[in-house]
Design a protein around this ligand. Structure first.
Ligand code: AMP
Length: 262
């Protein structure tokens, strides 16, 4: 090899070593793993990351509710929120929620507390001025920011129920659904579709799947229930793959063909 060529090669090797040392060179050409994600999927690494509900379904303890800090126009939203809070209390479960005593959030929390549920509010410190925390019977946890709050909610809850709400609620909905999509959250997620409020969201998710930007299995990670009762039933049932239905509708069987009289 000519001297000049040798010198160039030496410089390249030295530069690569420098880059690697500084964490800037991750893969070299011809050494790229076929699927970089497979490296992250070593079972012992992932299983410790995945958040799962309590093993025994009868001991499902905490339900996290995401919903509006407003009441919405239709009184049916407030009724669904109170009904959900009551059901959580009646079933002896705990409620994890955003901590504020306003809008649908406040309704769920007051109703759950009135039925004896342990109510835990998780709130970023800066929000306590904007969203006054519930005073009665609440264990209130303050976090440094919104991200830490979400992390705490994801860790404490055994299931997530979403009631109608605004952009904050949608953000929280997508947080849990995308975590399920990535396989780091394996807990039931059910939206209560009061008065068809979530029809456009459901249609958007179907549209995403139809256009090949998500796999059909995502539908079973975000179920839609018609009522709070249906949502509470659904959190203890395994979802059916590829459907949004929280409780699959029974198809009526076709009537057997009539025998002709002879
Ligand atoms: P909204 O549905 O907009 O009324 O918001 C419902 C709740 O979501 C609010 O009370 C906030 O505590 C929370 N929230 C709002 N924005 C965010 C966000 N970007 N990330 C996480 N939580 C949020």
């Amino acid at each position: 090899m000519a001297k000049a060529q040798m010198a160039i090669r030496m410089t390249i090797v030295r530069d690569k070593a420098n880059l690697r040392r500084n964490g800037l060179l991750v893969y070299e050409r011809n050494r790229v793993p076929r699927n970089p994600h497979r490296r992250m999927r070593a079972p012992n690494q992932v299983s410790s990351m995945v958040q799962r509900p309590h093993r025994d379904k009868d001991k499902m303890r905490n339900v996290c509710v995401f919903c509006g800090s407003s009441e919405g126009r239709d009184p049916a939203f407030a009724e669904a929120a109170s009904a959900l809070g009551r059901l959580i209390g009646e079933k002896g479960m705990g409620l994890i929620f955003g901590g504020g005593d306003i809008g649908l959030m406040g309704r769920v929390a007051r109703a759950a507390h009135a039925q004896g549920a342990k109510v835990t509010g998780i709130m970023p410190e800066f929000l306590s001025h904007l969203e006054p925390p519930l005073k009665k019977g609440e264990a209130l946890e303050f976090t440094a920011d919104l991200q830490t709050r979400k992390g705490r909610m994801l860790a404490l809850a055994d299931a997530f129920i979403i009631l109608p709400g605004g952009l904050g609620t949608l953000d929280e909905f997508f947080e849990v659904v995308t975590s399920a999509q990535l396989g780091v959250l394996a807990k039931p997620i059910i939206a209560i579709n009061t008065k068809g409020y979530f029809d456009p969201l459901r249609a958007l998710i179907d549209h995403v799947v139809e256009n090949g930007f998500a796999k059909p299995v995502i539908k079973s990670h975000c179920l839609f229930a018609a009522t709070p009762q249906e949502a509470m039933k659904a959190i203890t049932r395994p979802p059916r793959r590829g459907t949004h239905e929280a409780i699959p509708r029974r198809r009526s069987r076709p009537a057997p063909p009539r025998r002709k009289r002879k």
